[in-house]
Design a protein around this ligand. Sequence first.
Ligand code: UT7
Length: 339
Amino acid sequence: MAFEIIATGRAIPPRRLTNEDLAKTLDTNDEWIRSHTGIEARHIADDDVACSDLALEAARNTLSLAIERGVCAEKTIEELALTLDLIVVGTASGDYIGCPASACIVQDRLEARNAGAFDLSAGCSGFIYALESAAALLAINKKRRRALVIGSEILSRFVDWNERTNCILFGDGAGAVLLEKTEAEGRGLLRTILGADGSGSEHIMIRDGGSRNAYKANDTITLSPHMEMNGRAVYNFAVKAVTSTITQLLLDEGISIKDVSRIVPHQANARIVQAAARRLDIPEQKFFLNIQEYANTSAASIPIALDELNRAGELRRGDLIMTVGFGAGLTYGGNLLRF
Ligand code: UT7
């Protein structure tokens, strides 16, 4: 039995905000942002677009690619949607706090009437966790065959646009994969590491609006719920998490880095990737980076990158792809996938 990614898709809001655009209203500049993060631009959703809208667009693009490439018997998105057993959305910026899950809104609008649907909260590691969860849920029940695994974020709604260290980092977007249980051997999702260090939970946090600091009647809200981050602490955690996850995945699988075609890291800061590459003596080109165009799209960054690679013909049969990421929680992890 194998759990194979048979199609991918993404949704990127058309509105592009460059570093220069930001510098017009914020005490920052293109040189600082590029040299500290590798980011040149980010895409920002229009006010009437929510997490589930981007997730739905990425989902539809995924299903239409599956049909276009003939990797499924179904001929229309509607037919294919009816074969879905699960929809999982990794997100930290769902349509609503707590409920309903954005995945349920996607399930309804996709008319995926046979699918169970839920959101998963693991910060920027959301897709890594969601992929493993979906595979496990397909494995445990022989009637389940297909899952749509999505990372979707509108973090632009949850940053303080006057706080220059954080707001420059984030962008909006969604990515999705269609995961299918097949009879193949040695292909698909081979191995996953899921880790967490909750002692760092305060290092990335949306403090207000939840049950810990709920808004009460007559509260005067001067700043909407927004992300607070201890950048230095997260940076140090991230370099360690990325290096240890890569090392452990290689060790557990009994392979060397030469066997891995591409590493698809969470796109948070190009310097984190460069530091990990140096420590592990891995050529930087092995890491796929698109942070320059999208900035940090949290749980969406890995599936967006997978879709870019896939559509560029860079996920070939037999390729071994490693994902690695970290984020709020603090969480970390990685997947090893044979295409
Ligand atoms: O998905 C997980 C999410 N989070 C991350 O991955 C974040 C990990 N952390 C980081 O990427 C980095 O810590 C940051 C990019 C957030 C910050 O970089 P840094 O090198 O740690 O900068 P810093 O916060 O130590 O600030 C250095 C200087 C400060 O000025 P002074 O005090 O040295 O005069 C800041 O005020 O840079 C200043 N600064 C800026 N200057 C221009 C901070 N933000 C900006 C800015 N433009 N946007």
